[in-house]
Design a protein around this ligand. Structure first.
Ligand SMILES: Cc1cc2nc3c(=O)[nH]c(=O)nc-3n(C[C@H](O)[C@H](O)[C@H](O)COP(=O)(O)OP(=O)(O)OC[C@H]3O[C@@H](n4cnc5c(N)ncnc54)[C@H](O)[C@@H]3O)c2cc1C
Length: 448
C-alpha cells in the first residue's frame, strides 16, 4: 500500500487513512453531510446551483466547491500503469528520498522532462529515456551533462520486474537497462466535465487544463469555487492543501541565484543565458506568479536578493554584475508600481557571505590575455576561498526575517561591512565624477 511523503505531519501515512481521518473530523460538524455518489452534472439556476448525482438524487446549493481532482494520462508503455505510485513515480519531493542512491530513470513525456531528469539526478545515478521524444536543446544537454545524466535514445519496449517492483527497462533493440525507480511527468485531464458545464474558464497548462481561480479560490463563475489539483498541478497534497487554506502567497523571497566567473570576452553564451535565466527571468516569473494574489488582497512582501555587485562591478564578475544590475532596475520600478497597492518591496544587497557559492560556480575557460585584471581577481577569490567572506548567512537570515515580520525596512538594504564600504564608496565617486562633468552634461540641452 503506498504511503504519502512530503506532507508535514503525515509522513508515511496511507492516503486512505488521511482521507478517513479528514472525513471523521468533518462529520463532527452537524452542518456537514456526506453522499457516496458521483456528481454527473451541474448547472446554474435562479441564483443557485443544481447538481445531479448518479444515484438519481438532485441537490441544490447556493455555492459549489469543485474538488474532483485530475486523471493522470500515463505514457502508453507496457508496465507503467500497474507500477504507478509504487516504482513509477511522479514527484521527486514526494518520493526522491525513498529511492535515493538507487538506479533511477526518467521517461520523457515532452520538453519539460529534461529538467525533471536534471532534478532526479540529485538523488542518484540517472538515465534519461527519450522514448521517441525530441532531443533536448543545447542548454538542457549541457545541464544533463553537468548532472552526470546518461541519455538513452532507443525507445522503451516495456518495464520488467516482479509484481509492482521494477528491475529493468527493456529497449526496442532488446537491450536491458537496470532501473529501480522510473520518474514520469504525466499529462492530466480534469476528472469531471462539471467545470466546463458551468462555464468556468480553464487555462491550458503544460500538464493539461486547470480551472482558473482568483486569490479567494473563486472560479470565473461567481459562487463556484475550486480546490486542490483542479486548480494547480501541485503533484503534492500539502501544496494543494496550503494554497486552498491560505489562499495565496504572503511573502515572496527571490533568493535563487547563480554566479558565473570569467572575463567579459571569455563568457560562454549558454552559461551567460543560464545565469540570466535564474537571476533575472526566474525572479521576474516568480513576481508575475505571486503579484496578482498579493494585489487582490492589498498586502504582501517581496524580498528580491540583489547583491553589492548589483551596484558595483568587479573584473571577472561582469556577467554576474549585469544580471544583478537588472534585478536592481526591475525592483526599483516594482516598488514604485506596487507600494501604492499595499505591497512592500525590499531589495537586498549583500556583500560576500560564507555560502561557498564561488567554489560551486562555473568558470569561463581562462585566458589571461583576455583581461589580466579578471585573472588576478579570480585567482584571489580561488586562493582566499570562503575565509575572505565576512558575511554570516545566519545573521543575514535573522535580519531579513525581522524586516519581513516588522515591515521596518528600507527600499535598499545593504548586508555586510564590505558591501557597505563598496557601495557608499562608489556612490561618492560617482557623485564627484558627475559633478565634475556637470557643465558638459548640461551643454547638450536646447538653449532655454
Ligand atoms: C502516484 C502519485 C503519488 C503521490 N504521492 C504523493 C505524496 O507522497 N505526497 C503528496 O503530498 N502528494 C502526493 N501525490 C499528489 C496528491 O495525491 C494530490 O496532490 C492530492 O491528492 C490532490 O488532492 P485533491 O483533493 O485535489 O484531488 P484527489 O485526491 O484526486 O481527490 C478528488 C476526489 O474526487 C472524486 N471525484 C472525481 N470526480 C467526481 C465526481 N464527478 N463526483 C464525485 N466525486 C468525484 C475522486 O474519486 C477523488 O476521490 C501523489 C500523486 C500521485 C498521482
Amino acid at each position: 500500500m503506498p504511503a504519502a511523503h512530503g506532507f508535514f505531519g503525515q509522513d508515511g501515512a496511507r492516503p486512505a487513512d488521511m482521507t478517513a481521518q479528514a472525513r471523521a473530523q468533518l462529520e463532527r460538524y452537524p452542518s456537514a453531510t456526506f453522499r457516496k455518489a458521483t456528481a454527473l452534472g451541474a448547472r446554474a439556476e435562479d441564483g443557485r446551483f443544481g447538481v445531479t448525482l448518479d444515484t438519481g438524487e438532485e441537490l441544490s446549493a447556493a455555492k459549489l466547491v469543485l474538488a474532483f481532482g485530475i486523471i493522470d494520462i500515463l505514457p502508453d508503455v507496457p508496465g507503467v500503469a500497474e507500477r504507478w505510485g509504487k516504482t513509477v513515480l511522479h514527484c521527486p519531493y514526494c518520493h526522491g528520498y525513498e529511492f535515493g542512491g538507487r538506479k533511477l530513470g526518467v521517461l520523457s513525456t515532452g520538453s519539460l522532462s529534461a529538467h525533471q531528469a536534471r532534478i532526479i539526478a540529485n538523488w542518484g545515478p540517472t538515465t534519461f529515456f527519450l522514448n521517441g521524444h525530441d532531443e533536448p536543446g543545447q542548454a538542457d544537454l549541457e545541464e544533463l551533462r553537468t548532472g552526470g545524466v546518461r541519455i538513452e535514445r532507443t525507445p522503451v519496449a516495456k518495464l520488467e520486474g516482479e509484481a509492482t517492483g521494477l528491475r529493468a527497462l527493456q529497449l526496442a533493440d532488446r537491450r536491458h537497462v537496470e532501473i529501480d525507480a522510473l520518474h514520469v511527468a504525466p499529462g492530466a485531464r480534469l476528472a469531471s466535465p462539471i467545470a466546463g458545464q458551468l462555464g468556468c474558464v480553464l487555462d491550458d497548462k503544460p500538464s493539461g487544463p486547470l480551472i482558473r481561480v482568483d486569490s479567494s479560490m473563486m472560479t470565473t463563475v461567481p459562487g463556484v469555487y475550486a480546490a486542490g489539483d483542479t486548480v494547480r498541478w501541485a503533484g503534492n497534497a500539502m501544496l494543494a492543501a496550503a494554497a486552498d487554506r491560505f489562499g495565496g502567497i504572503d511573502v515572496l523571497v527571490n533568493n535563487a541565484g547563480l554566479v558565473y566567473l570569467g572575463a567579459v570576452e571569455e563568457g560562454e553564451d549558454s552559461e551567460v543565458r543560464k545565469l540570466f535565466e535564474a537571476n533575472v527571468f526566474g525572479l521576474a516569473a516568480m513576481l508575475r506568479a505571486a503579484l496578482p494574489g498579493m494585489r487582490a488582497r492589498g498586502s504582501g512582501t517581496v524580498v528580491n536578493l540583489s547583491s553589492a555587485s548589483g551596484l558595483v562591478a568587479y573584473p571577472g564578475l561582469g556577467y554576474y554584475s549585469a544580471s544583478k544590475f537588472a534585478v536592481e532596475g526591475l525592483t526599483e520600478a516594482l516598488w514604485q508600481e506596487v507600494e501604492p497597492l499595499g505591497i512592500k518591496v525590499i531589495l537586498v544587497e549583500p556583500g560576500a557571505f560564507r555560502t561557498g557559492i564561488n567554489a560551486r560556480s562555473p568558470r569561463a575557460p581562462s585566458n589571461p590575455a583576455c583581461a589580466p585584471a579578471a585573472t588576478e581577481m579570480l585567482g584571489f577569490l580561488e586562493s582566499a576561498g570562503d575565509t575572505v567572506c565576512r558575511g554570516d548567512p545566519e545573521r543575514a537570515a535573522a535580519v531579513l526575517s525581522r524586516a519581513v515580520e516588522t515591515g521596518d525596512a528600507p527600499h535598499r538594504l545593504i548586508l555586510g561591512s564590505d558591501a557597505y564600504a563598496g557601495v557608499t564608496g562608489k556612490l561618492d565617486a560617482m557623485g564627484a565624477e558627475y559633478a565634475q562633468w556637470k557643465a558638459v552634461s548640461e551643454s547638450t540641452d536646447f538653449p532655454a
